[in-house]
Design a protein around this ligand. Sequence first.
Ligand code: ATP
Ligand code: MG
Length: 302
Amino acid sequence: MARIECPECGHVIETTGIVSICPKCKADLRGVMEEVGHRRERLRDVARDDSVTTHEFIVRTKDLQKIYVMGEVQVPALQGVELNVRRGEYLSIMGPSGSGKSTLFNMVGGLDKPTKGTCFIEEVDMAQLDAFELAWLRCRKIGYIFQTFNLIPVMTALENVTLPMIFAGMSSDEMMDRGAMLLDLVGLGDRLHHKPYELSGGQQQRVAVARALANNPAIILADEPTGNLDLQTGKEIIDLLKELNEESGVTVISATHDLKMIDVSDRVVHIRDGQVERIENRADLDLDVGTLGSEKKPELGG
Ligand SMILES: Nc1ncnc2c1ncn2[C@@H]1O[C@H](COP(=O)(O)OP(=O)(O)OP(=O)(O)O)[C@@H](O)[C@H]1O
Ligand SMILES: [Mg+2]
């Protein structure tokens, strides 16, 4: 819970989320919010024990477990996942439907809580954060991309991309400039004012990629980003993510069934029944990709 005071009317607001307008006098609270968020972040830095590690791993999970309870039935979706993700890595998570990929994403992205075990983002134990700190971390550190794009239909591309910036306290001018820059970066400089239904699937996913980059996150979590796209468009999105990963050093973690993702990945984590089955490194992958390619050829030809 964060406690902020409106600089205009003195109204005190206790909040677990991010509030940009004073509910009483409608004053702009983004500056105050920004200050509180950064103060909390500094406090966390002080509390963090850097002697243990120098943050080689941007994400670490320890014995991560998730059991969904549905009445009498318990569904063990994650059964002790141990995963270390290096800063700047491009990691693909593969596994059959129902193996726990999205569940793992929800835990790492702070969208849901594990039943047992821990997830660290930059060595911050997410379970130790209060609701406000979690909202701050999600807003600042993580960009999300989903299979179904999840854009807001009544908003233009530019408005969709700038929305997370409002929560991060950016000024209007900055937001417009950065939003246009990001849309340009993903090849949509001439589509700023189009609404999602006026864009193709691939273009909508590009808007979602730009939106994920809004607050310059350290991590992009992409849950089957090419799942709803045709082969060629899917490849373009993968190339775009890879380019961002290489040029800006953003860590990309992507759940996928898509074999095209393998050859851009530094490592591929195979998940089965809520557990890490095996992890393949880039060097081993090159061989495998060759095999997969030659296996696929007759299928494509036929
Ligand atoms: N909210 C929920 N409540 C109950 N069970 C759930 C819930 N979400 C997922 N599950 C179950 O947990 C298991 C893992 O699901 P999850 O969505 O993580 O799989 P996935 O690997 O992402 O699959 P897909 O490739 O189809 O997206 C499945 O057995 C699923 O039925
Ligand atoms: Mg899924």
